[in-house]
Design a binder for this molecule. Structure first.
Ligand SMILES: [Mn+2]
Length: 381
């Protein structure tokens, strides 16, 4: 059986002020081409289907187009919800869609979703938090996400030695290694704590584990436990990443091959650094339709720099400066002299840095109260 693993489509996402729907339509057409060319039997969608719980009309239309096209190609589709999806909305029509080979598990309700198709067991685990799972197993000790997933799998009826595939949307760390983030994941993912991490050791009984949540394509521990990554670059941090989708071939004995199919976007995402004249010099102008982040190294701010650059690169997303002034600001670590400064001064500096204005007396009072409770202010404060 041949499966294609996709994660984190985030349909409806934008890049700065630019709507990415046309780029997403393009990349989904590329994926449909792969499905056709390799005669893919099933497509695994590992959560964060939409970018938002309430997707735009255009986003709904695009997912409708993608699912209808997959159905016409007779590919089965397995969908779970991610933390960006609304479980109720994604569940719409799921009982009808099943008759057409589209399987949706958007909400964990005490039982691991399981379907056996052509001898392969598909287990679909939508995004879960420990607190949600606890509710179904009052007698089990569930304090971390790892314990939650262990309990779900233990009660899930997974048969060791059978041909098992799991689709999940969680933060999985393998053998002490934490996955590399792409930078476009939500803040909650970027600040994930130990409590939210799940060990890859949970997956010993699975031939393949299709993960979503992290946007950089990578394996976790072994080759057959993977994050597909988002199919498009959704942040500057990804501009040097190579996007791909895993094509997974599972033999009857459960042995698994993974081949990464490279994805080419409609427009690349690039980062240009230099003085305004260098960036716009004729010999440097190329692929002007790409999405561009610009870092100007000019010492003085340039009038209407964004407007000028967009005259050449209409899809310029963002502009910032890197010169002796910005570097001096970076060097000036406000905590460097923290020993010599009061809590009030440090808090005031931090507030100014983040909000660009002075902290109010009320806010300072609240901060000092919290500081005192946490034991970071001295008695005099
Ligand atoms: Mn995501």
């Amino acid at each position: 059986m041949r499966l294609l693993h996709l994660g984190d489509l985030h349909i409806g996402r934008s890049l700065g002020d630019f709507d990415l729907l046309a780029d997403q339509r393009y990349i989904l057409d590329e994926i449909l081409r792969v499905v056709r060319e390799y005669q893919v039997d099933g497509v695994l969608l590992a959560g964060d289907i939409y970018d938002r719980p309430v997707p735009s009309e255009g986003a709904v239309r695009l997912l409708d187009y993608f699912l209808s096209s997959l159905s016409e190609l007779a590919a089965k589709v397995f969908i779970i919800s991610g933390n960006h999806d609304s479980d109720e909305r994604l569940n719409f029509g799921s009982r009808f869609f099943e008759a057409r080979g589209i399987f949706i598990a958007s909400k964990y309700q005490g039982e691991l979703y399981h379907r056996c198709i052509d001898g392969v067991n598909f287990y679909l685990l939508p995004f879960v938090k420990a607190s949600q799972v606890k509710h179904f197993f009052p007698d089990e000790r569930i304090e971390s996400y790892d314990q939650a997933v262990k309990v779900i799998l233990r009660h899930g009826g997974v048969q060791p030695g059978a041909c098992n595939v799991l689709v999940a949307h969680q933060f999985v760390a393998g053998g002490g290694l934490v996955p590399e983030l792409a930078g476009s994941e939500s803040a909650a993912v970027q600040n994930v704590g130990l409590v939210e991490q799940i060990g890859a050791d949970n997956f010993a009984d699975f031939s393949y584990v299709a993960l979503g949540h992290i946007h950089r394509p990578q394996q976790v521990g072994r080759r057959t436990v993977r994050y597909a990554g988002s199919p498009l670059k959704y942040s500057l941090g990804e501009c040097h990443d190579a996007k791909s989708i895993p094509l997974v071939t599972i033999e009857e004995d459960g042995s698994t091959e993974v081949e990464l199919i490279p994805l080419k976007p409609r427009r690349e995402l690039r980062h240009l650094t230099g003085r305004l004249e260098q960036i716009l010099a004729g010999e440097n102008l190329q692929d002007t339709d790409d999405y561009i982040y610009v870092t100007l190294t000019d010492e003085e701010p340039r009038d209407n720099a964004m407007g000028i650059i967009q005259g050449y690169y209409p899809n310029t997303v963002r502009l910032d400066y890197r010169n002796s002034r910005t570097m001096a600001m970076e060097r000036e670590d406000i905590f460097a002299a923290s020993e010599l400064r009061s809590f009030e001064e440090l808090a005031g500096d931090f507030y100014r840095l983040v909000y660009g204005q002075e902290i109010s007396e009320e806010e300072m009072a609240v901060l000092k109260e919290i500081g005192a409770k946490a034991g970071v202010t001295d008695e005099a404060d």
